[in-house]
Design a protein around this ligand. Structure first.
Ligand code: ADP
Ligand code: ADP
Length: 216
């Protein structure tokens, strides 16, 4: 049976960082909705053109566009054994759609680690984030520096600062998260899938806590 893990938590808490590590350890695919949108914007696809203004403003992309993008992604062969979902779902309608999609593959959401940290930590993390141009590998100017400034350790591509990681837009995204995504905490708690993880710790400790959450 395939395994699907949903990483839930506010912008900047460390979902992408942990998803990369967990994908490596579990051999599950890493599915990041934000990376998929940024790839579409970079390649100037129709979806990219529709999504761009939402990302720029820090708003959520409409559910129908987001759901169909994720459906296509989960249908790719590397998701046959399952996936680590990072950034999706972000609304109750997306969570309902995910349940229906996974039922088609005879799967379900197995566990939802809910990673938390104080807002002040989120802002410092997101506003110091450096992202790799080629594949979205994640660094931080203080907490997770690349070996060579401005260059990705893994694929040698350029690192850039996301336009939506400016402090004002990060603050807006946290507000959007509280309004539109927080209801998912109760959604998954009621379904007995939620496991809380303290994201305000060092990367290695968060990984340890996540791995023990996955065993449950
Ligand atoms: P973060 O690292 O802050 O969690 P992401 O890279 O996941 O940010 O998302 C960046 C932007 O992409 C969001 O602000 C939003 O505009 C869009 N986005 C990503 N995932 C979703 C989603 N599930 N639903 C709607 N919009 C999304
Ligand atoms: P999210 O996907 O939830 O938006 P990221 O994984 O992209 O979060 O992390 C946001 C920023 O914080 C990145 O610059 C990352 O290097 C850094 N970071 C992630 N986890 C930690 C941690 N436990 N301690 C310090 N910095 C972290």
């Amino acid at each position: 049976m395939a395994t699907f893990i949903v990483l839930l938590g506010p912008p900047g808490v460390g979902k992408g960082t942990q998803a990369e590590i967990l994908a490596d350890t579990t051999k599950l695919a890493h599915v990041s909705s934000g990376d998929l949108f940024r790839e579409n914007i970079k390649n100037q696809t129709e979806l990219g053109k529709l999504a761009k203004s939402y990302l720029d403003k820090g708003d959520l992309v409409p559910d129908d566009l987001t759901i169909s993008m994720i459906r296509d992604r989960l249908n790719r062969p590397d998701c046959e054994a399952g996936a680590i979902l990072d950034g999706f779902p972000r609304t109750p309608a997306q969570a309902d759609a995910l349940e229906m999609m996974l039922a088609e593959f005879k799967g379900q959401v197995d566990v939802v680690p809910y990673i938390t940290a104080a807002e002040s930590i989120l802002v410092v993390r997101a506003s110091g984030r450096w992202t790799c141009r080629a594949q979205g590998h994640i660094y931080h100017q203080k907490f997770n520096q690349p070996k060579q400034a401005g260059i990705c350790d893994i694929d040698g591509s350029e690192l850039y600062q996301r336009e939506d990681d400016k402090v004002e837009t990060v603050t807006k995204r946290i507000r959007v998260y509280l309004e539109q995504t927080m209801p998912l905490v109760e959604y998954y708690r009621q379904r007995d899938k939620l496991v809380e993880v303290n994201g305000a710790q060092a990367v290695e400790q968060v990984t340890k806590d996540l791995l023990s959450a996955l065993k449950k």
